[in-house]
Design a protein around this ligand. Structure first.
Ligand code: B12
Length: 288
């Protein structure tokens, strides 16, 4: 295996998600191996990986943060059964399926992406974690389906060239939970596919193009243009990590920007829909 360069204690603390002084205490008490380089402490990234995989955060054992931490490590290990049991336990302790996505799965995926970007995880780890996430989403999906009339239809997907399918799958479930009908096109959908998906749907509210990384501007612009040229009246919203801000979205021809986060995206999409009808008041019971 390729040897990675030692890292400073500041970087080690960041990766462990603790304050510098806490990491320093781990070193001074011998819990985290480190070597002296002049006045600096140096830590082997392998020891950080070992620590993260073996040590649940002590302050949060049994808590949502602890579950998130354990989930991330089961995902990286490709352990679907272990990962699912963490989700089941969290659901049993009162979490909603939406909270599983917003507080456990999305932060875990983001953390895995960050650790991959800094070299702490390999591309194999990232792929294994993505496939595990896919299976977890498959098991959670049915829990977001509700009976009854929906608020309208949303077409969602990632454009040609973007291989990230998990964001639109997760967003689709969260939208179904909010009582929308969703046509999820997944990753790499060509402009014509977005157009075709808008045909014959009931009460189309929005066409949403989500992009996870940069470099997809041409594909997004082509998708927006194709939907507009087809005469689709519903707004086209773009967002995700690959669209920097509302100005960027406008330059791509879109009607709106969803932000780069699931919560802002849900709010932007919800704003295109009529407000849900409040529950009908029950008629008063006749007095006997
Ligand atoms: C899993 C993953 C992959 C998997 C995807 C597997 C799959 N089936 O989806 C694989 C391994 C294939 C992959 C490939 C690559 N990836 Co990748 N990947 C990730 C990772 C770890 C998780 C993505 C994910 O599902 N996140 C969970 C979702 C739910 O969170 P989210 O991405 O923040 O998405 C939210 C927003 O987009 C938001 N949203 C806001 N508005 C809207 C609107 C709509 C319509 C939608 C749908 C969503 C949305 O909702 C989402 C929910 O919160 C991210 C890390 C990260 N930060 O997320 C990197 C990441 C997105 N990948 C990255 C990179 C660089 C790549 C590669 C270029 C790597 C390479 N050199 O090959 C390729 C690109 C391939 C391509 N052509 O697209 C970078 C992008 C950096 C950038 N800004 O450009 C990230 C951020 C990693 C990093 N930290 O550097 N990747």
């Amino acid at each position: 295996m390729e040897r990675r360069a030692p890292i400073s204690l500041t970087v080690a603390a960041e990766r462990l998600g603790v304050h510098y002084m806490t990491a320093y205490r781990y070193v001074r008490t011998g819990r985290l191996p480190a070597t002296r380089d002049g006045v600096q402490w140096r830590v082997d990234p392998v020891d950080i990986d070992r620590w993260l995989s073996e040590t649940p955060p002590p302050a949060s054992r049994g808590s949502r943060a602890g579950a998130r931490h354990r989930l991330e490590h089961r995902m990286v290990a490709g352990d679907v059964v272990g990962a699912w049991s963490i989700i089941e336990r969290t659901l049993a302790s009162g979490a909603t399926p939406a909270e599983i996505y917003l507080e456990l799965l999305i932060p875990s995926l983001r953390s895995i992406g960050g650790r991959w970007a800094t070299g702490a995880l390999s591309i194999v780890d990232e792929h294994r974690a993505s496939v595990t996430a896919q299976r977890l989403i498959g098991r959670l999906g049915p829990r977001f389906l509700h009976h009854g009339r929906t608020r309208g239809t949303v077409v969602i997907g990632a454009p040609s060239g973007d291989l990230h399918a998990l964001p639109s799958a997760i967003m689709s479930d969260l939208l179904r939970d909010l009582r929308f009908t969703v046509v999820d096109l997944g990753a790499g959908a060509p402009p014509g596919t977005f157009v075709d998906a808008t045909r014959d749907v009931s009460r189309l509210l929005a066409v949403c193009v989500g992009v996870s990384g940069g470099g997809c501007d041409d594909a997004i612009a082509a998708t927006v243009a194709a939907v507009k040229e087809a005469g689709v009246a519903a707004p086209v919203l773009v967002g995700g990590g690959g669209v920097a801000d509302a100005d960027h979205a406008r330059r791509l021809g879109a009607d709106g920007w969803t932000g780069a986060d699931a919560r802002t995206a849900l709010a932007a999409i919800e704003a295109t829909a009529p407000r849900p009808r409040p529950p009908r008041p029950r008629p008063p019971r006749p007095r006997t």
